[in-house]
Ligand binder design. Structure first.
Ligand code: CTP
Ligand code: MG
Length: 337
């Protein structure tokens, strides 16, 4: 297949920035919604601590990493000393506790890859997933939140990319496309590569945050208040970055040889990670290294069918931004099979 590869984006790309910023603003959750999430967390803490006084509840995922759009579900991690009970027993007990407090649709999914209890709070209408002792997710949530505070273009880009992925049906890991978490890492990586760079590589800087989480060393520079001007040398607009992002994944990324690594702040080779062939279910057709669990490829869910869909969607998005007369509408047109 011949790929069109424009080297430059259209001359009037910057004029589209106000339209994309308006979309970004419309996706930000209202203050009241964040307030309701906090209230729900407070009442869940009370409930859980009655049974387990030493247990802690942590928010993680998009509602805690600042990449949440309005009406998102919330992700909660129950941190508990589980030496006496198995994970399944804890989940079932938790489900009992929630049900007897009138929370709705309570379901314990003990056999899922990440076992959780799902439920809905009828007072706030918020749905939530609670997992047990997934502290690496809590740590990577902090890393993403810290990156978001360095340059606001990250949050803008990631919101628009997430909105695009949901509209186009390519944000469904159970169908072989990518998680929101993977898309945010792709955005961070992309902004680390701009010249001049818009984001630094926090894990290559002096470690001001150090934690051993489940045997994994998590270390990076987290005093982000001190580097707020990092990206100031680069004045690329959000519309131009959006084009650049899709253009990179459509026409420039070396799928055969490269792994994107936010940890290293650059691409690294598949060879180096031994991600060159299929092992079990890990096919490594698009490689996105987890910043802390570096043996984890977030692209492992992608198979030979979904990689084609993904790459066609990246091309479509790049072409829409290049040629369409109304890109801020066409980009998000729902995918109809
Ligand atoms: N996570 C992870 N490893 C994965 C997928 C997810 O550690 N392979 C963790 C991350 O901490 C992530 C959280 O689980 O922030 C929730 O993941 P996900 O549902 O992909 O994304 P959200 O950021 O919550 O996005 P959404 O708004 O779409 O729910
Ligand atoms: Mg979530």
């Amino acid at each position: 297949r011949i790929r069109r590869r424009e080297l430059e984006c259209r001359y009037d790309i910057d004029d589209m920035t106000p339209l994309f910023l308006a979309i970004y603003r419309s996706l930000i959750p209202a203050e009241e919604e964040k307030e309701k999430q906090k209230q729900l967390l407070v009442s869940l803490r009370k409930l859980v601590n009655k049974e387990w006084p030493d247990a802690e509840l942590h928010l993680y995922g998009s509602c805690a990493n600042s990449f949440d759009v309005s009406n998102s579900d919330i992700d909660i991690c129950l941190a508990i000393d589980d030496s006496k009970m198995s994970k399944s027993e804890i989940l079932l007990k938790l489900a009992d506790i929630l049900e007897s407090d009138n929370l709705q649709n309570v379901q314990a999914l003990t056999r899922a890859r990440v076992p959780i209890v799902k439920m809905m709070d009828p007072v706030t209408g918020i749905s939530c997933d609670i997992c047990i002792n997934n502290l690496l997710a809590v740590a990577n949530t902090k890393l993403l939140r810290d990156y978001a505070q360095i340059d606001e273009r990250l949050r803008q880009l990631a919101f628009i990319v997430k909105h695009w992925a949901k509209s186009r049906g390519v944000n469904e890991t159970y169908r072989g496309t990518l998680s929101s978490y993977a898309y945010v890492l792709m955005c961070i990586h992309f902004l680390q590569q701009r010249k001049p760079a818009i984001l630094p590589c926090l894990q290559e800087m002096e470690a001001t945050y150090l934690a051993n989480v489940d045997g994994v060393q998590c270390a990076y520079f987290d005093q982000v208040d001190r580097i707020r001007h990092f990206g100031a040398q680069n004045n690329e607009s959000i519309a131009r970055l959006l084009w650049g992002f899709f253009h990179y994944w459509a026409y420039c990324h070396d799928y055969a040889n490269d792994v994107i690594s936010v940890r290293a702040g650059r691409n690294i080779s598949k060879q180096l990670k031994d991600w060159t062939r299929r092992i079990g279910n890990d096919r490594h057709l698009i490689c996105i290294e987890d910043p802390f669990e570096t043996s984890h490829d977030l692209g492992r869910v992608v198979d030979k069918y979904s990689i084609k869909i993904l790459r066609e969607e990246f091309e479509r998005a790049a072409d829409v931004l290049q040629y369409d007369s109304n890109p801020s509408v066409t980009l998000f047109e729902p995918y109809v099979p």
